[in-house]
Write a protein that binds this ligand. Structure first.
Ligand code: URA
Ligand code: URA
Length: 250
């Protein structure tokens, strides 16, 4: 059911229906779109039949077949717009959407913007960001080679924890970013990111140190850099988590 619902998600099932947008399309593009529409229709019919016969899940490889035309990060940013979906919009200076490359092999997900991030509109640019920069450098990577974003995209007042309704409003955009990038692995920083991505209620201390999954993408949870700044002895564990993450990417 999850997979069928996903198939029918209009954000991913866009072939054959371009909402009247002009693509200056030639005969070839039209025929490719017709083929895709036919393929999608017959796949949907096939899966509906399988569901009727009792099929409840599919291996994750099939999920990628439904993503013939995934949204781009720019399209997702456009649809987020000047968001007012939750109350955090009223106090923000900037939405912090995320930054990095859309071809990132590794996506790093934090909790939400703090004061510096809100001021600049960029993720992880404050004190925690400086530590994250060192972690990324120790991974042998540059910031522009990964993609960095957060569960919520607007700063909560006084950096309080995100509320469930704020995560519910904003979380779908993180899911769409991850589907657009499809990295080889995700580093989840802190409890909120980890719990959101792997749909768990367990504390970060229980989730870290192991590989979990988000829609078939490996997720490695670790401590949030802001926590590591207050608890530097935990950096050893965090570094183990980062090495586990690196073992998953080519
Ligand atoms: N902490 C986060 O979780 N995200 C940021 O972008 C900055 C600090
Ligand atoms: N508590 C948190 O909120 N985050 C961590 O990373 C560790 C403990």
């Amino acid at each position: 059911h999850v997979t069928l619902g996903y198939m029918q998600d209009e954000e991913t099932m866009r072939f054959g229906n371009h909402g009247g947008k002009s693509h200056g399309d030639g005969e070839v593009e039209r025929s490719v779109r017709r083929d895709l529409a036919e393929l999608a229709a017959s796949l949907r019919q096939h899966l509906s039949y399988q569901a009727l016969m009792g099929l409840e899940w599919l291996p994750s490889e099939l999920v990628t077949i439904t993503q013939v035309l995934p949204e781009t990060l720019d399209e997702i940013r456009g649809k987020l717009g000047e968001c007012t979906r939750c109350r955090l919009h009223s106090n923000r200076s900037h939405i912090v959407f995320g930054e990095g490359t859309s071809s990132a092999r590794i996506v790093i997900v934090g909790e939400g913007p703090g004061r510096d991030e809100d001021r600049l509109g960029r993720p992880f640019v404050g004190a925690a960001g400086k530590l994250l920069d060192r972690i990324i450098a120790a991974m042998g990577l540059r910031r522009q080679e990964v993609y960095i974003c957060n569960v919520i995209k607007c700063r909560p007042p006084k950096n309080r924890d995100p509320l469930p309704e704020e995560i519910e409003a904003c979380g779908p955009f993180l899911r769409r970013q991850l589907r657009a990038i499809r990295p080889q692995a995700i580093l989840a920083l802190g409890g909120f990111a980890a719990q959101f991505l792997i749909s768990s209620q367990q504390p970060i201390s229980k989730l870290r140190g192991r590989v979990h999954q988000f829609e078939g993408i490996p997720v490695v949870p670790t401590y949030h850099p802001a926590y590591l700044l207050r608890n530097p002895l935990q950096k050893r564990q965090a570094w183990k988590d980062v090495q586990l993450l690196l073992s998953l990417v080519e």
